[in-house]
Design a protein around this ligand. Sequence first.
Ligand code: NDP
Length: 292
Amino acid sequence: PVTPVTVLGLGAMGSALATAFLDGGRPVTVWNRTPARADALAARGATRADDARQAVTAGELVVLCVLDHTAAYATLGAIGDALKGRTLVHLTNGTPAQAREFAEWATQRGARYVDGGIMAVPPMIGGPGSLVLYSGDRSALEEHRAALELLGAARWLGDDPGLASLYDLALLSGMYGLFAGYLHATALARTEGGSTREFTDELLIPWMTAMMSGFPDWARQIDSGEFGPASSPLAMQATAFVNLIEASTAQGVDPALMIPVQELLNRAVSAGLGDQDSPALATLLSGPGKEP
Ligand code: NDP
């Protein structure tokens, strides 16, 4: 028999998750604080629960995906006892500390708890590029792996329930850094009337791709704490970076996204790292590397 699935929270993401379970042939029960958001799913064959307790009781696998942890407690807080014997897969974005606290709260009520971080936007759910990070109760995850893989590839990170959100937030940090660089670069390039499209396709994407190819070597240096000889010393970079800020300001581009980078470079020089290369900046952020 196929495991019945419950999806609590039918925002953009929760609706995409419920749709993927339905498309995969699972019996799905849905609930949302604002009931109208269940209409489209009910029309596609989902069972609509009258309240969250009824929804939880209908599923062996309970997936919760609401705005934040306050909303998560608002959803389950009063009906925690209904979770007993079920697996709760919690896909609400949060911090590692919040995930650990929720794990404790749910396991105290007899649930098996898996925390998750969704590395996809709603239209990607169920498609080839979709990835979900998981941590917490591994046997519960493995038991429900077939259902969860309907959402996307399932990557296990460890027993500590905080790990999925830690890696989720780390990946989002990489993404936002990339977005910040992209936005500043295109803002600067278009000040003289050039095409953003042409700049993006012909110059920026190839440049960023070439820069990223150095990351495996950065990673090796950061892990070992041994930084190789510098071809682009931080003192040189700190001097050149002033031009980037000055030119941006002169061209009418707000340098807000780049100023923290200048500050970090200056701090590196003051800390005596002027003759080191970029990977050594990691020591300013998180201390010396640890052997994995
Ligand atoms: P939406 O804003 O579309 O939906 C928010 C959901 O949370 C709704 O179901 C809403 O219910 C519910 N909610 C908010 N407050 C409460 C409350 N106090 N009590 C009960 N329910 C509440 O957000 P998404 O669906 O896009 O996001 C859901 C989660 O998924 C978030 O944690 C988000 O960070 C994460 N995520 C989203 C991605 C995206 O691109 N959309 C990508 C990866 C992760 P109601 O309809 O009644 O308002």
